[in-house]
Design a protein. Structure first.
Length: 248
């Protein structure tokens, strides 16, 4: 692997790790027992995830800050460079380069989830419903209906990736803050049915962490649902990229 792709890999590991550490952290703060932030607060979770994206984008600026395989495939579908800057040069959209991004995103997501667990270890040790503990790591549907849950994830991810593809052509260039606000909007408007994974790495990496970590009373990792927040965002990302390409 050449030095530019190594930089891409570690940049995505860092950025996605920060994203999941802070995103899973805000969920843990709200839903795990004996936290100072404990209590039902959906908007706090929405804003927490948005700010996690904001920080993660800065952490991964060298690689173009995908943080999300759906963004990677969306840029590929739009035939846009994965990155184009003075640090890594131009990273063309192709399969070998996409695999480097995927690897960094999934490794970063796993490590971020492990760090969130360590930060909240004593609260994971408290008695709580196993589903509550799983919800810190990965998403789950409010009403389980795989087909409709898939459609929700496709629509929500389409909004995210379409915006990312076209935003460079708009006159307002406010960078990471803008994508953070888009994520807040998606969570507030479309997040209720599935918990808005909108990112295969965000869901699968932490789900694997949940499966392997020695979490007291953790229960099942709900693998029967795990394909939905992977496939749905990938489809939504491709559709967002394709429409963005036509729109541009």
């Amino acid at each position: 692997m050449d030095s530019s792709l190594l930089t891409v890999f570690w940049s995505e590991v860092l950025g996605t790790g920060l994203l999941i550490l802070l995103g899973a952290g805000v969920v843990a703060n709200v839903i795990l027992p004996k936290n100072k932030g404990f209590g039902p607060d959906w908007l706090l979770i929405n804003f927490g995830w948005g700010l996690a994206v904001f920080i993660g984008v800065y952490g991964a600026y060298r690689s173009g800050a995908h943080l999300n395989p759906a963004v990677t495939v969306g840029l590929w579908a739009a035939d846009l460079p994965f990155a184009d800057n003075d640090v890594v040069g131009t990273i063309e959209p192709n399969l070998p380069n996409a695999l480097v991004y995927f690897a960094g995103e999934f490794v970063g997501a796993f490590l971020g989830a492990v760090l969130a667990y360590l930060a909240y270890k004593r609260h994971f040790d408290q008695d709580a419903d196993p589903g509550t503990k799983l919800a810190v790591f990965s998403t789950g549907p409010a009403v389980r209906s795989y087909g409709w849950n898939l459609i929700t994830e496709i629509i929500a991810t389409f909004v995210l990736v379409f915006w990312i593809v076209i935003q460079g052509e708009t006159p307002t260039m406010i960078g990471p803050l803008a994508v953070a606000l888009v994520v807040v909007a998606i969570g507030a408007s479309l997040g209720g049915p599935t918990g808005y994974a909108i990112n295969p790495a965000r869901d699968l990496g932490p789900r694997i962490a949940h499966a392997v970590l020695p979490i007291r009373g953790k229960g099942s990792s709900d693998w029967s649902y795990s394909w939905v927040p992977v496939l749905g965002p990938l489809i939504g990302g491709i559709l967002g990229g394709l429409l963005g390409r036509v729109y541009l």
